[in-house]
Design a protein around this ligand. Sequence first.
Ligand SMILES: NC(=O)c1ccc[n+]([C@@H]2O[C@H](COP(=O)([O-])OP(=O)(O)OC[C@H]3O[C@@H](n4cnc5c(N)ncnc54)[C@H](OP(=O)(O)O)[C@@H]3O)[C@@H](O)[C@H]2O)c1
Length: 330
Amino acid sequence: MAVQNYANMLRDFVEERSTGFAIAVAAGVGLVTLRIWLAGGVCRSRVRLDGKTVLITGANTGIGKETALDLARRGARVIIACRDMSKADTAAEDIRQKSRNRNVVVKKLNLASLQSVRQLAKDIEENEKRLDILINNAGIMMCPKWTTEDGFEMQFGVNHLGHFLLTNCLMDLLKKSAPSRIVNVSSLAHEQGKIHFDDINLDRDYTPLKSYQQSKLANILFTRELAVQLKGTGVTTYCLHPGVIRTELWRHKMPTSTLLKNIISLPFIVFMKTPWEGAQTTIHCAVEESLANDSGLYYSDCAPKKPAPQAQDDQAAKRLWELSSSMVGL
Ligand SMILES: NC(=O)c1ccc[n+]([C@@H]2O[C@H](COP(=O)([O-])OP(=O)(O)OC[C@H]3O[C@@H](n4cnc5c(N)ncnc54)[C@H](OP(=O)(O)O)[C@@H]3O)[C@@H](O)[C@H]2O)c1
């Protein structure tokens, strides 16, 4: 009887508010659909990486850590190259436990120091038998006008020049391990980017966004020129936009107050990708078998995408290569 009464009350309640309920259900379905759409593509490859070695930069947090975890689960030896050794050790232990793969190694790398990049490359060349996948993932976004140890503008120095030097120094090992892959994590931000050849460190007019856009455009031009130079070697190159993801990348744009940070972050929790979702396109480029013969392309949501016209400029790609070589002393 009590149950019957309760059911009747509930029915009356819903009937009286039928419009409101319909709107709430539609909004809920819409939000879930939007969230699924925002999550983007998923890497479907089940390929194993037993016996393969992967090096990934900046893998102590964010999408780099999620990528490292996925590749460790596939059985690879995973080298995470990070600047903060205590954060890196914690991340590596977490990856080992979750993947049940003990073959996860931490190496020191500060991309804002050419000496550190050379040191890591030397260590890898001397001590690793092979390198099957190099993932240039580490990045810094929209920081104040800082300079690297060698005097280069920080975002261009870390996001492009450090990775440019690292890749070149590891090239012999990558060629020896062919078929091998180089994956550069770029961004949609390249679309508004321009390479300021006459003021590469943006000394005349620095803005944090302009610098980030330039560095992410450089990632794509580097990938294209690498593909040209590596043709026929069995080393293929890929670059990508991972999506807009809830990671620590936004740290220089966030207020210092934790309360304010939490309030600002709220809408992002719904509308940004999780690090796992954000790692999918990197993983796809690193392992998907059907991409084995592709090289130099740009991907988004686990599918090829045309980058902005300035990112398809092969003359600019060559010019950037020459400039970068002279800046890092190659
Ligand atoms: N998150 C997004 O919405 C988004 C969108 C488009 C593209 N991306 C790209 O995705 C990549 C990964 O970003 P994320 O979102 O995962 O950011 P994140 O959580 O901030 O991770 C960035 C990683 O880079 C490392 N790093 C920064 N400066 C370094 C240096 N000088 N030397 C060595 N490592 C350094 C960081 O180390 P510390 O922890 O020591 O700082 C960290 O491990 C970046 O290339 C970024 O441009 C991200």
